[in-house]
Design a protein around this ligand. Structure first.
Ligand code: ZN
Length: 491
C-alpha cells in the first residue's frame, strides 16, 4: 500500500473526511449506473469518468477495490415522463422489440462509448432485472419493520412514518414540510397515504410487458430499490463509497438511505460522493433546449450545436480539467481550447520519448509524482494534477529545445509521472497511437499479423516473416523481436 492520506468530500456530513475503509486494504464502491433505454449522452460521461479516476487511484494506491455499477433496466419511473410509464416497456411497444433486446442494444452502445472514453469496466455490473427475488425480500423486510404498506397490489414506502423516527432528507438537506408543499401530483397517487411516499413495488397495468410475480401483485420493483438491494448483495450491509451525480441526491439516494435504515436499521453507506452537473452553453441539458447531445454525436460531430467532432480523449480531458464537485459547461470554444491543451501534453509526451539524457541535469525538477498524489489526495483535484503535468511539459520542451539539460534519472521521473498520473490514473491516452479513435480492432489485426509472423519464423519461412515486418514498417509500425516474443508499436 502506498503512503497516502486521501481526503474525500462526504455529501452526508458536508465535509472533507480522511478516507479509511471498513476493511483494511479493501474498498467497496457502488455507483449508480445508466438507465438503458437510449444512447448515452454527455451527462453519463461525467459520473463514469469521475468514479473511474477514483477507482484507478484507489487501485494504484494498493487497495483491492470491488466496484459495482448497476444497469437500470426495469421500472424506472420518470417524474417528468408521461404518466410515469416504464420507458423500456414503452419503447418496446413502439418498436415491436423484446424489452431485453432494447436493453442489450443500448447496453452494448453504452459499453462502446465507455471504452472510447477509456472508462474501465466495473468489477460487477448487475442488472435490476436479474435481482427481482432479492428486491422482493428487501421489500418484505421494510414491511416487517413497519415502514411500508400495501395498497391496491402496490407497496409504498411510508415517508411520514419513517420521518417521525428518522430524518428523511438528511442527505439533500431538505425538510419534509417543504417537500410536502412542492410535491406534484403523480400517477396512482390516490393509492398513497402521502404524495411523498414512493413505490417499492408497482402493480403492472395490463399493457405493461416487464413484470414479475410477487406476494402483492404481478408487477415490478421501484427504481430506488435496486441500488439498496444490489449494493447490499455485493458489498455487504455496510460499505465504503456510494457515488453518483448530484441530480440523484434527491429523491434517489435519499430513498436509498431510507430503505436501508428501514430494512437494516442503519444507512449502508459510509461516504456519499456526488459529482456536479454538466451544462451546455450555460444551459441545463434537455430535449426542450435542443442541446441534448449523445456521446456518439460528440465523437462524430453530427449535431447542429457542434462545430466539429471531438475525440473521446478531448471529452475526457475536458471533464477532468474541472474538479468533480464544480460544474462543467460545454461549448465549442471551451472544447477547442481543451483539444489544443491536450495536444500540447501529447506533443510533450512524444518529445519526452526522444530526449537524450545528459550526464547531469542543470535544472532542478520538482517531485511531480508527489505533487500529483497530493492533488489527488485532496478530494481528487484533477485540475491540479493537470497543472503539474503542464509544468512538467515545460521542462520537457526546454530540454528538447536545448535550453536545459536533463539527466537519465530526471527523464525517467518525467516518464513515470506521465505514464502513471496522466495515463494510469487520469486515463488519458497520450501516445502517438492514441488519437482517441477506438483502435481495438486494429490492434487485434496487428496482433494477428504478429502471430502469423511468429508461426512463419518457427517454420523457417523467412520470406513471409520479413514481408510482414517490412510492410508494417512501411506503414509506420515498429516491429521488434525480443526474448519474450514480438513487440510492436506505432512509430
Ligand atoms: Zn442508484
Amino acid at each position: 500500500m502506498k503512503d497516502h492520506s486521501l481526503e474525500i468530500y462526504n455529501t452526508l456530513t458536508r465535509s472533507k473526511q480522511t478516507f479509511t475503509p471498513l476493511e483494511p486494504g479493501h474498498v467497496g464502491m457502488y455507483v449508480c449506473g445508466p438507465t438503458v433505454y437510449g444512447d448515452a449522452h454527455i451527462g453519463h460521461a461525467r459520473p463514469a469518468i469521475t468514479f473511474d479516476v477514483l477507482f484507478r487511484y484507489l487501485r494504484w494506491l494498493g487497495y483491492k477495490v470491488r466496484y459495482v455499477r448497476n444497469i437500470t433496466d426495469v421500472g424506472h419511473l420518470e417524474h417528468d415522463a408521461d404518466e410515469g410509464e416504464d420507458k423500456v416497456a414503452k419503447k418496446a411497444r413502439l418498436e415491436q422489440l423484446e424489452p431485453m433486446e432494447i436493453v442489450q442494444h443500448y447496453l452494448n452502445r453504452y459499453h462502446r462509448d465507455m471504452a472510447a472514453l477509456n472508462v474501465l469496466p466495473p468489477s460487477i455490473e448487475p442488472h435490476a432485472s436479474g435481482h427481482i427475488i432479492e428486491q422482493i425480500e428487501y421489500i418484505k423486510k421494510i414491511l416487517e419493520a413497519g415502514y411500508a404498506y400495501e395498497s391496491c397490489g402496490s407497496v409504498y414506502f411510508d415517508v411520514a412514518k419513517y420521518n417521525a423516527d428518522n430524518h428523511y432528507g438528511k442527505l439533500s438537506g431538505r425538510n419534509i414540510d417543504d417537500l410536502l408543499n412542492t410535491t406534484r401530483e403523480l400517477d396512482g397517487q390516490h393509492e398513497k397515504r402521502n404524495p411523498l411516499d414512493f413505490a417499492l413495488w408497482k402493480k403492472a397495468s395490463p399493457e405493461h410487458i416487464m413484470h414479475w410475480p410477487s406476494p402483492w401483485s404481478e408487477g415490478f420493483p421501484g427504481w430506488h430499490l435496486e441500488c439498496s438491494t444490489m449494493g447490499r448483495k455485493y458489498l455487504g450491509d455496510t460499505f465504503d463509497i456510494h457515488g453518483g451525480g448530484m441530480d440523484l441526491m434527491f429523491p434517489h439516494h435519499e430513498c436509498e438511505i431510507a430503505q436501508s435504515v428501514a430494512a437494516q436499521g442503519h444507512d449502508a453507506v459510509r461516504y456519499w460522493m456526488h459529482n456536479n452537473m454538466i451544462t451546455i452553453d450555460g444551459k441545463k441539458m434537455g430535449k426542450s433546449y435542443g442541446n441534448f447531445i449523445t456521446l456518439e454525436q460528440f465523437f462524430n460531430g453530427d449535431h447542429p450545436k457542434l462545430a466539429q467532432a471531438y475525440s473521446p480523449m478531448v471529452i475526457r480531458f475536458f471533464i477532468l480539467q474541472a474538479q468533480y464537485r464544480s460544474t462543467v459547461d460545454f461549448s465549442n470554444d471551451a472544447l477547442q481550447a481543451a483539444e489544443k491543451a491536450l495536444q500540447k501534453l501529447q506533443d510533450a509526451y512524444a518529445r519526452l520519448q526522444k530526449l537524450t539524457p545528459a550526464e547531469k541535469s542543470n535544472v532542478e525538477l520538482p517531485d511531480y509524482m508527489k505533487l500529483c498524489q497530493q492533488a489527488l489526495d485532496d478530494d481528487l483535484n484533477t485540475p491540479m494534477v493537470i497543472a503539474h503535468l503542464f509544468d512538467a511539459a515545460k521542462h520537457i520542451n526546454a530540454a528538447t529545445d536545448g535550453n536545459t539539460k536533463l539527466s537519465e534519472a530526471d527523464i525517467k521521473a518525467l516518464k513515470d509521472v506521465f505514464d502513471t498520473m496522466a495515463g494510469e490514473i487520469l486515463g488519458l491516452r497520450l501516445g502517438a497511437a492514441d488519437t482517441g479513435a477506438d483502435l481495438t480492432p486494429y490492434e487485434g489485426a496487428v496482433d494477428l499479423l504478429m502471430e502469423i509472423r511468429t508461426n512463419a519464423k518457427q517454420n523457417k519461412d523467412w520470406t513471409t516473416s520479413d514481408l510482414i515486418r517490412d510492410k508494417l514498417a512501411a506503414l509506420g509500425f515498429n516491429v521488434k523481436d525480443t526474448k519474450s516474443g514480438v513487440e510492436w508499436s506505432l512509430k
